[in-house]
Design a protein around this ligand. Structure first.
Ligand SMILES: NC(=O)c1ccc[n+]([C@@H]2O[C@H](COP(=O)([O-])OP(=O)(O)OC[C@H]3O[C@@H](n4cnc5c(N)ncnc54)[C@H](O)[C@@H]3O)[C@@H](O)[C@H]2O)c1
Length: 281
């Protein structure tokens, strides 16, 4: 079992929500933590919550940029000598019918939710393998990877890719570097700032001239916002991650209606029945 004390964790999307909760949990276990986020001010505030500056390194990073993630890895290894836990967690959301979401919506979610994880894997895993030490990679997907929802197609698609990438990584490391474990975190509804993800939408994914502000996208984003506001505390996810790493558990899932919805989907696939919409309370 990996020992946390004095080891090094890197968390992306660490200035808010689930990422910040994970950073606090690792710090609480005596780890040194590298926190990365695209939102500079929020990252500075997050860093201030972790009292001992000798155990914290904050690096403004856009995970969709491979060079920025390489620079993050350089900073982490140069500052702390090693990386034992990598959490590819940064993520964003858009809603709307699949034919109404713009090219920029699709590219933004693929670049952050999928390539953000791929960039983390490409920049960190070779160095973690070379170090030969025990370690763990946690990728944040979503229950939206295991269930599908209308008017959240771009998000569901990106999270399905994150899940698939994580399963492949698990099998690859099991074969080639079994000292490195992999988990995929599939949160249910968690009370974070995900519904206002547009606050971090770079200009290159400009919404100008987009169809993004349709009635359907507004309705979905409102529903997601309400669902998230009544969601559970992000610290529950941090605890799920700590326990998962300890026992090298791959699927980190809720045990509620969301899991049931995922099972219904799997049954539909098994039976070749048409997909139904499962409302999760
Ligand atoms: N909140 C939920 O209900 C829920 C459910 C399932 C999955 N998730 C996933 O959990 C992860 C964390 O989201 P959250 O709910 O804590 O939301 P959040 O908005 O509170 O935190 C996400 C963080 O990612 C950062 N970020 C956005 N784009 C980035 C980029 N290009 N590079 C680096 N950082 C970037 C944001 O600045 C923010 O600090 C995401 O992958 C999200 O999809 C959340």
């Amino acid at each position: 079992m990996i020992e946390f004390d004095n080891k090094v964790a890197v968390v992306t999307g660490a200035a808010s929500g689930i990422g910040l909760a994970m950073a606090k949990a690792f710090y609480g276990q005596g780890m040194r933590v590298v926190i990365a986020d695209i939102e500079r001010q929020a990252l500075t505030e997050a860093s201030a919550c972790l009292n001992d500056p000798t155990r914290v390194l904050a690096v403004v990073t856009d995970v969709s940029d491979p060079k920025a993630v390489d620079a993050l890895a350089d900073a982490a290894f140069e500052s702390f000598g090693s990386v034992h836990i990598l959490c590819n967690n940064a993520g964003v959301f858009v809603g709307g019918a699949s034919w109404e979401c713009s090219d920029a919506d699709y590219r933004w979610l693929i670049d952050v939710n999928v390539m953000g994880i791929a960039n983390g894997i490409r920049s960190f895993v070779p160095r973690m393998i070379a170090a030969g030490e025990e370690g763990h990679i946690v990728n944040t997907a979503s229950m939206a990877a295991m269930t599908t929802m209308p008017f959240s197609s771009v998000y569901c698609m990106s999270k399905a890719a994150a899940l698939s990438l994580s399963e492949c990584l698990f099998k690859e490391l099991e074969a080639l570097a079994p000292q490195l474990g992999v988990s995929v975190l599939c949160p249910e509804l968690i009370n974070t700032s995900l519904a206002s993800a547009q606050r971090n939408r770079p200009d290159q994914y400009s919404q100008q001239g987009d169809l993004t502000d349709t009635e359907m996208s507004k309705m979905t984003e409102q529903a997601i916002s309400e669902g998230i506001a009544s969601g559970i505390d992000p610290s529950v996810m941090a605890e799920r991650v700590l326990q998962g790493i300890k026992v090298k558990k791959f699927y980190l899932l809720p045990q509620d209606g969301w899991k049931k919805a995922a099972m219904i989907r799997q049954d539909e696939i098994r039976q070749e029945a048409n997909p139904t919409f499962t409302y999760v309370e």
